[in-house]
Design a protein around this ligand. Sequence first.
Ligand code: PLP
Length: 269
Amino acid sequence: MAVGGRGVVDPAEPVLLADDEALVRGRGAFETIRVYDGAPFRLSEHLERLARSAERIGLPTVNVLQLKELAAQALEAAATPNAVLRLFWTPTPTALALVSELADHYDELRERGQRLISLRGIRADQPWLLPGVKSTSYAVNMAAEAEARRRGSDDAVFVDADAIVLEGPTTNIWWRRGRTLYTPSLELGILAGVTRAAVIELAAAAGYVVSEGAYPLAELAGAEEAFTSSSVREVMPVTELDGAPLGRGPAADELQAALRHAAEATLHP
Ligand code: PLP
């Protein structure tokens, strides 16, 4: 289900003008938001990040009100209570809200745990490398996912030239030793995940210490457990890294339950 400035979009009709740079050069901003029981989780934080991304790539100021209205219309029209909401903002500017069904294999993957491979990514320490920007130029991230699958894994984790752990193509990464949870620092130029921020709060409430920094891949490989966080996949355990098994532990399950609980609490405060 798609809703644009002209209302519910007919899939047969073009949504973007042919010269919109989001289409021709991938210069658009977007957000992917998890919808629980019809309600988008942490929508304001996603809209704030969308506004920051748009500003960083020189788009007109995001019309937050318009996007909120489109999101509400799209969710109502889609009538899919547990879904994924995508919001786009482009140079012309065009606002677009898309609702899609949640892939049904995530719970199965959570049960089994993900296999990851490490791939070389970039440590985005220069502003023109767009650190932390969610732009529609995501072809490299999608190619990394495809490469992971080609090699028989589920997903990738990017590391820089010095093997410092960064993030996944659409996830942030975490691991645990004792009661400390480790996750790469935002100073490495990774995306400030909305779920990452939620997990930081929930971890503290569950009695974990969270340590953010620049950590070599060997630290992740030697962890007691590891997991990823993202709006769509939520907290997802990692059970293999570059072909070597990783242990399972309580933190991923505890934090997944806490995340669902937090989502529930926003629905029925
Ligand atoms: N890192 C990257 C590169 C992403 O694209 C995403 C989400 O798509 C994330 C991390 C996780 O962010 P969030 O928790 O806001 O979904």
